[in-house]
Design a protein around this ligand. Structure first.
Ligand SMILES: NC(=O)c1ccc[n+]([C@@H]2O[C@H](COP(=O)([O-])OP(=O)(O)OC[C@H]3O[C@@H](n4cnc5c(N)ncnc54)[C@H](OP(=O)(O)O)[C@@H]3O)[C@@H](O)[C@H]2O)c1
Length: 385
């Protein structure tokens, strides 16, 4: 595919993401990531993705790739400030880009992506800042991240968008279905993230799996209730199909992402060498057309079933008393919010303030209390009918 981004920057079908350096999947030694980054380069990975909000990831990446910086492409992201607010004003973008370049020890970024939306700043102002950075040679391309479709369209109309970043895996197809049809008109490349389903599609995560206490997957809806059960069925299907090719479930999962039209790179985020090597085994072969069609049909049916089941679960959580364990209650409310956005029971901008409140409650130093959670449940019941 002749996308703008492919024309002048080094890109590999698989890109290595640095989100895990922030500790999102459990706290790990930064040296482990330095080794993974170097090993990935030795194995042919040319595209590295990070963000200013991934803890020390920019510093770690910049230091690790210094010896081969000019042979790779670096992508970073913008939008969230250190105080947790969104900011895409021209002034903020210019200064945040300088700070990212410094941390990455480089004088240019190959790709700069809008990470979070800032509804208060006009898209035209953000584009102006990005165009200026391009003119000055500080960025080579810019793209948008996982924003609502309406907002992505505004960027596509007003700017020179090279890529759209989205969650894309056999258990996350929604955004691709919405955005892919726009590619013919706007000629951008799709970058998929969480292509292993944050580990779910490896077949190594089974019911009762214990994540580290600070691992985001403890509250991630993908690992709860009907969504988890569906993910396990998908992983099983990938395992079955993999037998024919002598491939593991996750290799089939990533190969499926790379088989989707318009995808330029599939991002993976392992911290272990054996996982990196396993995932790279997704390239150099292809799923046959008939297998791809059968798998797509299976995923379509699975998705329909899941929508029915999650709707029922959402209504049950909102209608009944919240679980008396606040830890479980908060997981249930996150499940309700994320899924009701995904299946379009509610407008994201209406529930995001409640989502932010939930995180504040979760981090309260005096511990989790059930009372404020009940209040959020009440607010959600008014919005989700
Ligand atoms: N996740 C997001 O919300 C998000 C949003 C925007 C952009 N991105 C970008 O996309 C990149 C990739 O996303 P992601 O980190 O969610 O990717 P991912 O590869 O789907 O998830 C990473 C998790 O899956 C596990 N895993 C991966 N391959 C495995 C294997 N073969 N066997 C066992 N476990 C395996 C890793 O375990 P180990 O650590 O044990 O290897 C890690 O816990 C990010 O690093 C970031 O640059 C992510």
């Amino acid at each position: 595919m002749n996308t703008k981004i492919l024309s002048d920057i080094p890109l590999s079908p698989i890109g290595l993401g640095c989100y895990a350096i922030s500790g999102v999947y459990g706290q790990k030694d930064p040296n482990q990531f330095t080794k993974i980054i170097k090993e990935a380069f030795d194995l042919g990975i040319k595209f590295f993705d990070t963000a200013d909000q991934y803890g020390d990831a920019e510093e770690v990446l910049g230091k690790a790739v210094k010896p081969f910086r000019y042979q790779i492409a670096i992508a970073s992201k913008i939008g969230l400030t250190n105080k947790g607010s969104v900011n895409l004003t021209k002034k903020y973008i210019i200064s945040a880009c300088e700070a990212s370049l410094k941390r990455l020890q480089t004088d240019y970024l190959d790709l700069y992506q809008i990470h979070y939306d800032d509804p208060k700043t006009p898209v035209s102002e953000t584009i102006e800042a990005l165009e200026l950075l391009k003119k000055e040679g500080k960025i080579r391309h810019y793209g948008v991240g996982h924003l609502p479709k309406k907002r992505i369209l505004e960027y596509l109309e007003l700017g020179n968008i090279s890529t759209v970043l989205m969650e894309l895996s056999a258990v996350a197809t929604k955004q691709y279905q919405q955005i892919h049809p726009l590619q013919t008109e706007y000629n951008f490349g799709i970058i998929g993230f969480s292509t292993t389903g944050r580990g779910l599609l490896t077949g190594k995560i089974t019911p009762g799996h214990q994540f580290a206490p600070n691992d985001i997957r403890n509250v991630d809806p993908l690992f709860q209730k009907a969504k988890f059960a569906s993910g396990l069925r998908v992983a099983e299907k990938l395992k079955e199909l993999g037998k024919k090719y002598g491939k593991t479930p996750v290799q089939v999962a990533i190969a499926w992402v790379l088989a989707q039209p318009g995808v330029v790179t599939a991002l993976i985020g392992p911290s272990k060498s054996e996982h990196l090597r396993e995932n790279i085994g997704a390239i150099g072969w292809r799923l046959e057309v008939e297998d791809l069609q059968n798998l797509n049909q299976f995923l379509k049916e699975e998705e329909k079933k899941l929508v029915r089941e999650t709707k029922q679960e959402i209504y049950n959580i909102l209608k009944n008393n919240l679980n008396s364990d606040p830890e479980q209650a908060i997981k249930d409310l996150i499940y309700v919010i994320e899924n009701s956005i995904e299946i379009e029971l509610v407008n994201s901008k209406d529930v995001i303030p409640l989502f932010q409140q939930l995180w504040k409650i979760k981090k309260r130093p005096d511990g989790l209390q059930i009372q404020p959670l009940m209040q959020i449940q009440k607010e959600l019941s008014k919005l989700i009918k």
